[in-house]
Structures are given as C-alpha cells and as structure tokens.
Design a protein around this ligand. Structure first.
Ligand code: FRU
Length: 514
C-alpha cells in the first residue's frame, strides 16, 4: 500500500468512526513507514518476517527483488517468495506474494533468469519466460528425520512476474540424501551455451548444467578443503568479473556461511578463481569476506543487469539474533544495493562492494558544513537528522574514532587503529542490546592490512537502525544493526594521531524512499 492509499484509508476510517475505541486505534496507528527503527532508504517488507534476497533479476525495465517471506508472523515460518519491483534499485513498489508453498514443500532461497531463447519451452506465444529456480523444503520429511527433504524446483511467469506457474515436472533436481542441499543460483553460460546452476550441499558447492532449465547434470564440486567451515554453506553465487583497470576477467564464487563468520554467526565469504563450464577452481585456500560486520548475510547478485554491472543485495541481519531484534510490525531489511568490482592488489584479487550511484542521489541537503578535526583533537557536533544520513570523510590519521551518540549517552564507536592493524565497531552501548546475548557482547574487528597504510576515505550510511561503513571504495566494509532508544543526534571525532587531521567532508540528509 503506498502512502496516499494509506492516508486515504485512515481518513475513511476516521470519517466512518462509530465509537471511541476505533478512533483511538486510528489515532495511535503510526504513519506509513514511520514506526520506530523503520529504515527510510533501505528495503523492508510492509509487515512480518523477511530473510534472504531471492531471484534478483532484471527484465524489461524492471528490477525484481524476491525475498524469503513469512506473511503470518514477525519470526521465521513457512517460507514464501515475497516480491517487490523497482525501476532504479532505489525506490521499491511492493507486489503480491509470488510463490506459495505447495505439495513439494516450502519455497526456500533461489534465483531467477530471463529465458530469452525460450529454452524451457514455457512460452507458447512468443513471450519471454522469467524462470525462478528455488529449493523446496519438505517440512514433514525433515520432521520424520529423513535427509532428502530439500529438492530443487522451478516456476515461470510470462507477464514479468505478476502471475506464476509451477512446473508440473518438479522437482527438477532430486536429493540423494544430503541434508543441507539448497539455494540454487542459475545463470546463462555463454561459452558452453548452457545454463549453469550452483547450489550448496552441506560443506561444499555443486555445479550443474542444463540446456533447458528442466534437465540438470552434475558436473563438478568445490570447497570441502577451502575457506571457512564453521557452519553450513548457504546461498552461493557464481559469476565472471572484469579485473578493474586490467584486461583480465576472473570468476567469483560467493558463499554464505552460518555460523562461522569472523565476528560471529552469519557471514559471507568469497573465492576468486576460474570456471570452465563444469567446475570452479582456485588456489585461494583462505576465505575472504565481503563484509566484516555482523549484518550482511545471504547476499547474491542480479542476473541480466542491463548496464553489465554486478549488483549485490544482502539481508541485513544475522541468524544469531534475527528473530529477536526489537521491531514490532516487520522484521529486518536489505542492505543498499552495492556494486561489486574486482581489484588486483599485489598478486591477489579482492572484491569491493560499494553503494550504487543511485543511492548517492538520495543524499540531499547538507546537515552541517564540512569540518576538520586537527591532530590530537576531539570535536563534537549536534546534528538533527543524523539518524538518516550519509557521511563522507577523509584522513591520513592512523588512530581515530567516530562516535555516534544521543542524549541518553548511548553510542556506536567506530575506530581505526593502524598500530593494532584493526578497524573496530563497538555497539555494546548502542541502545537496546539485551534482546539477545550475542548482539552487543563484543567489539567487531576487521583487519586493516589491505588498506596498505594509505589515507582513508570513509562513507557511512546510517538509516535509523542500520549502519553501513565503506572504507576505500568498499575494500573494507562493516554492516551493523543498531537500536538506540533515542535517535543518534551527535557525532564526535576523536583524533588521536599527533600528525594528521580528520576531514569530515560532508554530512548529508538521506531522503526517504517510502
Ligand atoms: C539462509 C537460509 C537459506 C535457506 C533460507 C530459508 O539464510 O538458511 O539457506 O534457503 O535461509 O529461509
């Protein structure tokens, strides 16, 4: 429901009010998307539970965002695919639920492709099918203690996402007894003129190919001895990416893992290597992390992006406490869409992730003038509207903290400490933290070595209850939820470096997209 409809509905309800009770209810109902902690420039569902982004795909002027959705409660439950669309990846329009559970099970995570050559044969009259490939989770099978309760199914739409038909031959990939067997990501592989599918099977990824999205052949696997294994692998993605500034392209394999992330619970690692149409190989044994914060999980990228960009969206939460966060009407939101680039540093490859330029377009009025904090100085400014802002800063300081605070003394402390080779986020006094023991119990740490001692450019997006910190174009990223009891309205820069200044170039108000 958009704002106008909602206000209209309220007016009608008020006019039609018969008794005092209804009137009270109407008056206390908050305006559209203005509940406490409601993100203003991030995607969140109108009501109830959301987790992973699913089926990220572009077709005919429309970016689709499907997502794991339970429409009947604010905690996880039988999964559907919720649906929203956007023309620019910035402003979203809610659509009805796209996929409902059926006789094969609940609809877990997956992807979507534009079948422009109608390889599936789903189009009969020259339409272009949009095909979703997802995991069926058979709850009864799981309860009965079976191990084959996750299979892969497909569904299609011929009207760009409005009406969906499940394939009669589902499941298209059965299960031979692997308990965690899910989250298929499909893309077209031009070199072999085949569809390729990547899914996770417990502690590794598997690769399949198909000519028609219905018949799949297992061609390879990767990962048993690679990367992090503190929990099960989930939500893979596989795509080629040009190395920035080089005439070289590499394949990127993204794997979420829960638990086992560097700062606890859920996180997303990646590998850079090669893919020959059948399997993925790399000499990278150690995991690299998309985000060192605790709130960027299950992220995947868009298929068929019209500008050839690789755009990533993650679920801004963590299974450690996702069910317990202190929001009432809905639970959780997505990261801003982020553009991925591949950088070669020395002999090694790194993936950066940084907000798409459309998000900058939301940064409107300056909330304060640019300011400079000298060496060994501390300065504070009170800034109304800080809780929905974008900050850009630049510094060669090797030791400084940025503190967001409020009049209750609540604060989030971001610290760069080159001596300890660390970037740290401390949300232990950020506001509500005791809804779950892991939320505020330790400082989150990211290693600094990648930055190479260079001056730092930092962008921080704060949107009511989330903070996204991007250092040096997204080479180092921390995404964190925060739940202050009053909006943060002051910022302190504590510069402990005896030689370098910290320059806060701008603090801008971000417009609401709702
Ligand atoms: C990741 C995940 C997926 C699964 C989905 C279920 O957060 O566990 O592996 O498909 O959530 O909602």
């Amino acid at each position: 429901m958009n704002k106008l409809y909602f206000l209209g509905a309220i007016t009608l309800m008020v006019l039609g009010c018969k008794d005092k009770k209804t009137e009270d209810k109407v008056v206390t109902e908050p305006a559209y998307y203005s509940e406490p902690y409601r993100p203003q420039f991030h995607f969140s569902p109108e009501a109830n539970w959301m987790n992973d982004p699913n089926g990220l795909v572009y077709q005919d002027g429309v970016y689709h965002l499907f997502y794991q959705y339970y429409p009947d409660d604010t905690v996880w439950g039988p999964m559907h695919w919720g649906h929203a669309v956007s023309k620019d990846l910035v402003r979203w329009e809610h659509k009805p639920i796209a996929l409902y559970p059926d006789e094969h099970g609940l609809i877990f995570s997956g992807s979507a492709v534009v079948d422009s050559q109608n390889t599936s044969g789903f189009a009969k009259n020259g339409e272009t099918p949009l095909v979703a490939i997802f995991t069926y989770h058979d709850m009864d099978g799981e309860k009965a203690g079976r191990t084959d309760f996750q299979t892969q199914g497909i569904a299609y739409t011929l009207d760009n996402g409005d009406t969906w038909t499940k394939f009669k031959g589902n499941p298209v990939i059965g299960n031979e007894g692997i308990k965690d067997f899910r989250d298929p990501k499909v893309t077209w592989h031009e070199a072999s003129k085949r569809w390729i599918l990547t899914l996770v099977a417990g502690d590794h990824a598997q690769f399949y190919t198909s000519p028609n999205l219905k018949d799949w052949t297992l061609t390879g696997e990767f990962g048993k001895d690679y990367g992090a294994h503190g929990g099960v692998w989930e939500c893979p993605d596989l795509f080629p990416l040009q190395v920035d500034g080089e005439n070289e392209s590499k394949w990127v394999l993204i794997i979420s893992i829960n638990p086992g992330a560097p700062n606890g619970g859920s996180g997303t690692q990646y590998f850079i290597g090669d893919f020959d149409g059948k399997t993925f190989t790399t000499d990278q044994k150690e995991p690299k992390w998309i985000d060192y914060g605790t709130d960027n999980y299950a992220g995947v990228t868009y298929n068929n992006e019209p500008n050839g960009d690789r755009i990533f969206i993650g679920w801004m939460s963590n299974w450690q406490y996702a069910r317990d966060t202190p929001t009432k009407k809905w639970r959780s939101s997505m990261t801003v869409p982020r553009k991925l680039t591949l950088q070669k540093i020395g002999m090694d490859y790194y993936l950066t992730n940084f907000p798409i330029s459309g998000i900058d377009g939301l940064a409107s009025s300056e909330l304060t003038k640019s300011w400079e904090v000298g060496s060994s100085e501390t300065a504070t400014q009170t800034i109304n509207g800080l809780d929905q802002s974008s900050i850009q800063l630049k510094t060669a300081s090797k030791d400084f903290s940025i503190v967001y605070g409020n009049s209750l003394g609540e604060k989030v402390v971001l610290t760069l400490n080159a001596g300890r080779n660390q970037f740290l986020v401390d949300r232990s006094a950020s506001g509500k933290i005791d809804f779950q023991e892991d939320f505020g119990n330790k400082t989150h740490v990211a290693p600094l070595q990648l930055l190479n001692g260079d001056p730092v450019e930092m962008e921080i997006l704060l949107d009511k209850s989330s903070m996204e910190v991007f250092i040096n174009g997204g080479l180092l990223v921390m995404t964190e939820q925060v739940f202050p009891n009053e909006p943060y309205n002051s910022i302190t820069v504590e510069n402990n470096d005896p030689e370098a200044n910290v320059i806060v170039e701008s603090i801008k108000k971000m417009e609401s997209i709702w």
